[in-house]
Design a binder for this molecule. Structure first.
Ligand code: CP
Length: 302
């Protein structure tokens, strides 16, 4: 069988994308069998994570895998000169067949998929991609809308530094959604107009036609200094009570987390009936089980 990895959503055909999303819904409805019994997963998080790390571990446990959580700062590559490639060759030699990798540098999971004799799952690489977050976002949207054809999804904030935005918008476009990106020039350069999305600077102008709003955190760890002051950002892009009132009643609001209260959203968002954050988190476990099953076992075994 071909050794498959998930570096970004492009690694899945349209049929496979639907298959994984459907499988995640099945896993949510009925606890899956021990589909990874005999597999061993190593989680390598070179960058902090709460949601992705915890949900990958839960997904692996629920599927019956052996789990190794390698702490990069305590591994031999940190102080003994071992390269990343030699580290993953070593892990494969002891029978680990799935590697979940998060790294601050774009391209590291793709690079390691060349050296590792097993399946690599990108758990977020720099500003590049976060495919399992995209899948859980799509699962959450589909839970609510059933189909995304023609649905208007508005993504707000620091698009430039957001691997989530880059992966989720590509997935949503493949499922037929219409995407509008909203943000200041500093976080949403004009070059994005050349892509298959609409670019807007004025959040208030797009809220009334939104089916879903995806808020992004300002990713301060990925740039030197905030290019515009917090108060200007809040005035122009914060989802507040006044802006919630402009949304259609059916609209939902999502956030990949972690969210920063008082910056991209106010507390009123967290109690709005359209707020779907906890559904996203729950879908994260189901989607990651579906991805692991797909990579290791191939076509679903029911
Ligand atoms: N959404 C997300 O990737 O969160 P973590 O950084 O906590 O994993």
């Amino acid at each position: 069988m071909m050794r498959r990895s998930l570096i970004d959503l492009d690694d899945l055909s349209d049929g496979e994308l639907i298959q994984v999303l459907d499988r995640a819904a099945e896993f949510k409805a009925h606890a899956p069998a021990m589909l990874l019994k005999g597999s061993a997963c190593a989680n390598l998080f070179f960058e902090p994570s709460t949601r992705t790390n915890a949900s990958f571990q839960l997904a692996q446990q629920r599927l019956g895998a052996h789990i190794i959580n390698l702490e990069p700062e305590r591994a031999s590559l940190a102080t003994k000169g071992e390269s990343l490639e030699d580290t993953v060759i070593t892990l494969a030699a002891m029978g680990i067949n799935v590697l979940v990798v998060r790294h601050s540098e774009a391209g590291i999971p793709a690079r390691l998929s060349g050296a590792f004799k097993g399946h690599v799952v990108n758990a977020g690489d720099g500003t590049n991609a976060h495919p399992t977050q995209a899948l859980l976002d799509l699962r959450t949207l589909l839970d609510f809308f059933s189909a995304l054809n023609g649905r208007h999804i508005v993504i707000v904030g620091d698009v430039l530094h957001s691997r989530v935005a880059h992966s989720t918008m590509r997935g949503a476009l493949r499922l037929g959604a219409r995407i509008t990106l909203v943000g200041p020039e500093e976080f949403l350069p004009e070059e994005y107009r050349a892509t298959a999305v609409t670019l807007e600077r004025d959040l208030d102008g797009v809220l009334a036609t939104s089916d879903a709003v995806i808020l992004l955190r300002v990713q301060r760890e990925r740039f030197e200094s905030m290019p515009l002051d917090d108060e200007t950002y809040r005035q122009r892009y914060q989802l507040s009570a006044a802006r919630l009132a402009k949304l259609p009643t059916h609209a939902i609001i999502m956030h990949p987390g972690p969210y920063n209260r008082g910056i991209e959203l106010t507390d009123e968002v967290l109690t709005h009936p359209g707020w779907r954050y906890t559904e996203q988190i729950a879908n994260g476990v189901a989607v990651r089980m579906a991805v692991l099953d797909f990579l290791v076992n191939g076509t679903p075994s029911c």
